[in-house]
Design a protein around this ligand. Structure first.
Ligand SMILES: [Zn+2]
Length: 224
Protein backbone atom coordinates (compact mmCIF):
# COMPACT_ATOMS: atom_id res chain seq x y z
CA UNK A 1 0.00 0.00 0.00
CA UNK A 2 1.50 3.30 -1.10
CA UNK A 3 0.92 5.89 1.57
CA UNK A 4 2.46 9.31 1.96
CA UNK A 5 1.98 10.65 5.47
CA UNK A 6 3.36 13.37 7.71
CA UNK A 7 2.85 13.76 11.44
CA UNK A 8 2.88 16.83 13.66
CA UNK A 9 2.43 17.42 17.39
CA UNK A 10 2.52 21.12 18.31
CA UNK A 11 2.41 24.21 16.12
CA UNK A 12 3.60 26.79 18.58
CA UNK A 13 6.00 29.76 18.51
CA UNK A 14 6.77 29.70 22.23
CA UNK A 15 7.05 26.05 23.17
CA UNK A 16 10.67 24.89 23.32
CA UNK A 17 10.31 21.24 22.47
CA UNK A 18 11.64 19.22 19.55
CA UNK A 19 8.11 18.03 18.71
CA UNK A 20 6.94 21.62 18.30
CA UNK A 21 7.17 23.46 14.99
CA UNK A 22 7.01 27.22 14.52
CA UNK A 23 3.84 28.57 12.91
CA UNK A 24 5.85 29.97 9.99
CA UNK A 25 7.39 26.54 9.25
CA UNK A 26 3.99 24.90 9.44
CA UNK A 27 2.48 27.38 6.97
CA UNK A 28 5.50 27.14 4.65
CA UNK A 29 5.23 23.34 4.60
CA UNK A 30 1.45 23.28 4.05
CA UNK A 31 1.61 25.97 1.36
CA UNK A 32 4.31 24.03 -0.50
CA UNK A 33 2.36 20.77 -0.17
CA UNK A 34 -0.94 22.34 -1.25
CA UNK A 35 0.63 23.10 -4.64
CA UNK A 36 1.69 19.53 -5.33
CA UNK A 37 -0.32 17.16 -3.12
CA UNK A 38 -3.92 16.25 -2.39
CA UNK A 39 -4.75 16.33 1.33
CA UNK A 40 -6.64 13.15 2.18
CA UNK A 41 -8.35 11.90 5.34
CA UNK A 42 -9.25 8.29 6.27
CA UNK A 43 -12.66 8.37 4.59
CA UNK A 44 -11.33 9.86 1.33
CA UNK A 45 -12.20 7.64 -1.62
CA UNK A 46 -9.94 8.72 -4.44
CA UNK A 47 -6.47 7.26 -4.43
CA UNK A 48 -3.81 9.03 -6.45
CA UNK A 49 -0.04 9.23 -6.24
CA UNK A 50 -0.41 12.76 -4.94
CA UNK A 51 -2.54 11.76 -1.94
CA UNK A 52 -1.02 12.86 1.33
CA UNK A 53 -2.17 12.29 4.90
CA UNK A 54 -1.34 15.02 7.37
CA UNK A 55 -1.85 13.89 10.95
CA UNK A 56 -1.68 15.54 14.36
CA UNK A 57 -1.03 13.38 17.41
CA UNK A 58 -2.53 14.18 20.83
CA UNK A 59 -4.93 16.93 19.62
CA UNK A 60 -3.10 19.82 21.29
CA UNK A 61 -4.77 23.21 21.49
CA UNK A 62 -1.78 24.78 19.72
CA UNK A 63 -2.87 23.35 16.36
CA UNK A 64 -6.43 24.71 16.45
CA UNK A 65 -5.89 28.20 15.01
CA UNK A 66 -3.15 27.17 12.52
CA UNK A 67 -5.41 24.39 11.18
CA UNK A 68 -8.31 26.80 10.67
CA UNK A 69 -6.06 29.33 8.94
CA UNK A 70 -4.55 26.67 6.64
CA UNK A 71 -8.02 25.32 5.88
CA UNK A 72 -9.17 28.79 4.86
CA UNK A 73 -6.11 29.50 2.71
CA UNK A 74 -5.41 26.16 1.05
CA UNK A 75 -8.40 23.90 1.73
CA UNK A 76 -6.18 22.04 4.16
CA UNK A 77 -7.69 19.08 6.05
CA UNK A 78 -6.04 16.48 8.25
CA UNK A 79 -6.56 13.69 10.76
CA UNK A 80 -6.44 14.59 14.44
CA UNK A 81 -5.59 11.79 16.84
CA UNK A 82 -7.41 12.31 20.12
CA UNK A 83 -6.54 10.90 23.56
CA UNK A 84 -10.07 10.75 24.95
CA UNK A 85 -9.27 11.03 28.69
CA UNK A 86 -7.40 14.28 27.97
CA UNK A 87 -9.98 16.20 25.94
CA UNK A 88 -9.96 19.80 27.25
CA UNK A 89 -7.31 18.94 29.88
CA UNK A 90 -3.62 19.69 30.37
CA UNK A 91 -1.14 17.01 29.43
CA UNK A 92 0.03 14.75 32.24
CA UNK A 93 2.00 12.01 30.52
CA UNK A 94 4.81 14.35 29.58
CA UNK A 95 5.99 16.22 32.66
CA UNK A 96 8.08 18.65 30.65
CA UNK A 97 6.20 21.96 30.38
CA UNK A 98 2.87 20.28 30.93
CA UNK A 99 1.24 23.63 31.61
CA UNK A 100 1.88 24.59 28.01
CA UNK A 101 0.40 21.41 26.62
CA UNK A 102 -3.33 21.80 26.76
CA UNK A 103 -5.57 19.53 24.70
CA UNK A 104 -8.46 20.73 22.58
CA UNK A 105 -12.04 20.79 23.84
CA UNK A 106 -14.96 18.91 22.30
CA UNK A 107 -16.22 22.19 20.85
CA UNK A 108 -12.90 22.86 19.12
CA UNK A 109 -12.73 19.30 17.80
CA UNK A 110 -16.30 19.51 16.52
CA UNK A 111 -15.49 22.77 14.77
CA UNK A 112 -12.49 21.23 13.01
CA UNK A 113 -14.60 18.22 12.07
CA UNK A 114 -17.17 20.56 10.50
CA UNK A 115 -14.36 21.94 8.29
CA UNK A 116 -13.49 18.47 6.97
CA UNK A 117 -10.91 17.34 9.53
CA UNK A 118 -11.35 13.76 10.80
CA UNK A 119 -11.01 12.52 14.36
CA UNK A 120 -8.83 9.46 14.91
CA UNK A 121 -8.22 7.26 17.93
CA UNK A 122 -4.99 7.71 19.94
CA UNK A 123 -6.23 5.60 22.92
CA UNK A 124 -7.87 6.58 26.21
CA UNK A 125 -4.80 7.67 28.19
CA UNK A 126 -1.68 7.42 25.98
CA UNK A 127 -0.01 4.41 27.60
CA UNK A 128 2.95 2.58 26.08
CA UNK A 129 0.80 -0.24 24.66
CA UNK A 130 3.32 -3.11 24.36
CA UNK A 131 3.66 -3.34 28.14
CA UNK A 132 -0.09 -3.62 28.87
CA UNK A 133 -1.95 -6.79 29.78
CA UNK A 134 -4.53 -8.13 27.35
CA UNK A 135 -7.45 -6.65 29.28
CA UNK A 136 -5.86 -3.22 29.78
CA UNK A 137 -4.84 -3.12 26.14
CA UNK A 138 -8.38 -3.85 25.09
CA UNK A 139 -9.68 -1.16 27.45
CA UNK A 140 -7.22 1.50 26.24
CA UNK A 141 -8.14 0.98 22.60
CA UNK A 142 -11.85 0.19 22.77
CA UNK A 143 -12.91 2.71 25.41
CA UNK A 144 -11.61 5.59 23.30
CA UNK A 145 -13.01 4.06 20.10
CA UNK A 146 -16.46 4.02 21.72
CA UNK A 147 -16.17 7.60 22.98
CA UNK A 148 -15.11 8.84 19.56
CA UNK A 149 -17.90 6.91 17.86
CA UNK A 150 -20.43 8.54 20.20
CA UNK A 151 -19.09 12.10 19.72
CA UNK A 152 -17.81 12.16 16.14
CA UNK A 153 -18.79 8.96 14.37
CA UNK A 154 -16.61 5.87 13.98
CA UNK A 155 -12.89 6.49 14.10
CA UNK A 156 -11.50 4.98 10.90
CA UNK A 157 -7.88 5.60 11.81
CA UNK A 158 -5.74 4.81 14.84
CA UNK A 159 -2.29 6.10 15.86
CA UNK A 160 -0.07 4.09 18.22
CA UNK A 161 1.12 6.15 21.23
CA UNK A 162 4.91 6.62 20.89
CA UNK A 163 4.59 4.79 17.55
CA UNK A 164 4.82 1.50 19.47
CA UNK A 165 2.94 -1.46 17.97
CA UNK A 166 3.03 -5.26 17.81
CA UNK A 167 0.91 -7.99 16.25
CA UNK A 168 -1.02 -8.37 19.51
CA UNK A 169 -1.94 -4.67 19.40
CA UNK A 170 -2.78 -4.75 15.69
CA UNK A 171 -5.16 -7.63 16.36
CA UNK A 172 -7.34 -5.42 18.57
CA UNK A 173 -6.90 -2.19 16.58
CA UNK A 174 -7.92 -3.88 13.32
CA UNK A 175 -11.31 -4.92 14.73
CA UNK A 176 -12.53 -1.34 14.96
CA UNK A 177 -10.38 0.67 12.53
CA UNK A 178 -9.52 0.66 8.83
CA UNK A 179 -5.94 1.92 9.07
CA UNK A 180 -3.30 2.69 11.72
CA UNK A 181 -0.22 4.91 11.77
CA UNK A 182 3.14 4.40 13.43
CA UNK A 183 6.12 6.74 13.11
CA UNK A 184 9.24 6.72 10.98
CA UNK A 185 11.76 9.46 10.48
CA UNK A 186 14.23 8.26 7.88
CA UNK A 187 14.05 9.28 4.26
CA UNK A 188 16.05 6.26 3.08
CA UNK A 189 15.32 2.55 3.08
CA UNK A 190 11.62 3.15 3.06
CA UNK A 191 9.80 -0.10 3.54
CA UNK A 192 7.20 -0.24 0.80
CA UNK A 193 5.62 -3.38 2.23
CA UNK A 194 4.09 -1.71 5.25
CA UNK A 195 0.66 -3.05 6.17
CA UNK A 196 -2.33 -0.77 6.48
CA UNK A 197 -2.02 -1.16 10.25
CA UNK A 198 1.57 0.06 10.27
CA UNK A 199 1.52 3.09 8.01
CA UNK A 200 4.74 5.03 8.34
CA UNK A 201 4.83 8.75 8.92
CA UNK A 202 7.56 11.34 8.72
CA UNK A 203 7.19 13.24 12.00
CA UNK A 204 7.90 16.92 11.36
CA UNK A 205 9.92 18.45 14.21
CA UNK A 206 11.20 21.92 15.08
CA UNK A 207 14.58 21.47 13.41
CA UNK A 208 13.16 20.42 10.04
CA UNK A 209 12.78 22.67 7.00
CA UNK A 210 10.32 22.52 4.09
CA UNK A 211 13.25 21.05 2.09
CA UNK A 212 13.49 18.13 4.55
CA UNK A 213 9.81 17.36 4.05
CA UNK A 214 10.30 17.55 0.28
CA UNK A 215 13.31 15.26 0.41
CA UNK A 216 11.32 12.73 2.40
CA UNK A 217 8.38 12.74 -0.02
CA UNK A 218 10.64 12.51 -3.07
CA UNK A 219 12.63 9.70 -1.47
CA UNK A 220 9.36 7.90 -0.81
CA UNK A 221 8.21 8.34 -4.42
CA UNK A 222 11.47 6.89 -5.73
CA UNK A 223 11.38 3.92 -3.37
CA UNK A 224 7.82 2.86 -3.99
ZN1 LIG B 1 0.89 10.76 21.13
Amino acid sequence: MKVRALGFHHVDDTLADYTSVQTSLFFDVIKQLAAESVFVVPSSKNQSKRDLYITFDDAYKSIYEPCIAANRKWGFTATIFVVTDYINKPNLWNVKAKYLRHHMSLTELHHLQSLGFEIGNHTASHQYLPKLSESLLHEEIMESAEKIKYEFGRSKAFAYPFGAWSERIVDIVSREHDIAFSTFNKSRNVDSATSKFNLRRFMVCGHHTPADVNAYLHGLDENL
